[in-house]
Design a protein around this ligand. Structure first.
Ligand code: GLN
Length: 382
């Protein structure tokens, strides 16, 4: 925000999101969920659902979001916008409330890859206030947008098109990939054998880091404080019980359990080992291909309330996005059409610091198609 303000951008306000960025539907928000502008009975995705819905409804040209496991890309897909999760460390995390520090990354959300490039150009770069921010040169993202993509190799991970995937979602992403083939890209099949373990590994690592990060919300210096505490323990207990929502409490419990002395090796250490296998799978794939592509999300926007009581089915909304965070890679979601009137998106994953290349691929696609230009019809007092 500071960097964009320095470039003359005008900030209109803050948008709604899932509490502490934990969720895929906006329904864990303290304020209640945002509605999807394409169908007001459906979720906007999450956690950056407010930002995505606002852009989908054309209320603003751009927004920032954070992506720990898919929270820029999945809502981008559900609202027909473009969203980019940069390489871990590319954009400063200073000022963001930490959820899972080794995964959290801020990025741009906008109506096109070109606008994302414009925003990233301002946002990216080293920040000495964030010790994980990387001191790497910032590429010329705008300058790379029109590079020729003939000869580019696109890898299709077979695990991103499992037999269980909704056929319409699979067909949609395949059609987007064919469009890039027409522009001269080569398409090859690749395998990411460990990616199937990304959701379970994430749901150990992210809650573990969250349980540690959220320990500062104890009513003393940060967050809500209960009225009239009897003593210190009462202050901690009541402040945290009153202040945190159910999903946040669930993550704190899971995380504290996974980090506890008796279970650390069985869960946390093992999840970190799986994380390394996933990173190695991507590294092997990038020896052969320039970018990887597949669906961003396994389904279009679901009905509000549909998954509220089933956390595991909610966690599966990020089945195609989470591996990227575990590996620290950059990835973008772009609009690739509609299924029963609802937007759907395709993901373009690049190697480390190849934001320019994935923005280039998305821009070329958006020059050849007009899915990203479609906006929902509004009427009456909606
Ligand atoms: N939906 C995932 C979760 O609930 C990812 C959230 C995110 O990227 N902030 O943790």
């Amino acid at each position: 925000v500071e960097k964009m303000a320095a470039e003359g951008a005008v900030m209109l306000g803050k948008t709604n999101m899932d509490e502490f960025a934990m969720g895929s539907s906006n329904e864990t928000s303290y304020y209640g969920p945002v509605k999807n502008p394409w169908d007001l009975e459906r979720v906007p995705g999450g956690s950056s659902g407010g930002a995505a819905a606002c852009l989908g409804a054309r209320l603003a040209p751009g927004a920032t979001g954070t992506d720990t496991g898919g929270s820029i890309r999945q809502p981008a897909a559900l609202n027909n916008i473009t969203g980019l999760k940069p390489t871990y460390g590319r954009v400063s995390r200073w000022g963001m409330i930490a959820f899972a520090s080794s995964l959290d990354q801020a990025g741009p959300m906008a109506q096109s890859a070109e606008d994302c490039a414009l925003m990233l150009q301002a946002m990216a770069g080293h920040d000495q206030r964030d010790s994980t921010s990387l001191n790497e040169k910032v590429d010329d993202y705008l300058g790379a947008l029109n590079n020729d993509i003939s000869g580019l190799t696109i890898g299709i991970p077979e695990e991103f098109f499992p037999d269980t995937l909704d056929g319409a979602i699979a067909d949609n992403s395949r059609a987007a990939i064919r469009e890039l083939e027409k522009l001269g890209a080569n398409v090859v099949s690749v395998s990411l054998p460990s990616i199937k373990l990304s959701v379970p590994a994430y749901y150990v690592i992210a809650p573990a880091e969250a349980s540690s990060n959220l320990s500062r919300f104890d009513g003393v210096r940060f967050g809500h404080r209960c009225d009239d505490p009897k003593d210190l323990e009462d202050l901690y207990k009541r402040s945290r019980s009153e202040g945190f929502g159910d999903e946040v409490k669930r993550r704190i419990l899971v995380g504290a359990y996974a980090l506890s002395a008796g279970y650390y090796d069985a869960y946390y250490r093992r999840a970190q080992q799986v994380r390394r296998l996933i990173r190695d799978d991507f590294a092997r794939a990038f020896e052969k291909v320039d970018v990887l592509m597949g669906p961003t999300a396994p389904e279009t926007a679901f009905k509000l309330g549909a998954k509220k009581d089933d956390p595991v089915s909610m966690y599966m909304a990020d089945v195609f996005t989470i591996g990227v965070n575990l590996a620290g890679l950059p990835a973008l979601s772009m609009p690739t059409g509609f299924i029963n009137g609802l937007p759907t998106g395709t993901q373009v994953i690049g190697n480390y610091f190849r934001e320019g290349q994935i923005l280039n691929v998305a821009h070329k696609y958006q020059q050849a198609t007009d899915w990203h230009k479609q906006a929902p019809a509004f009427g009456g007092d909606q």
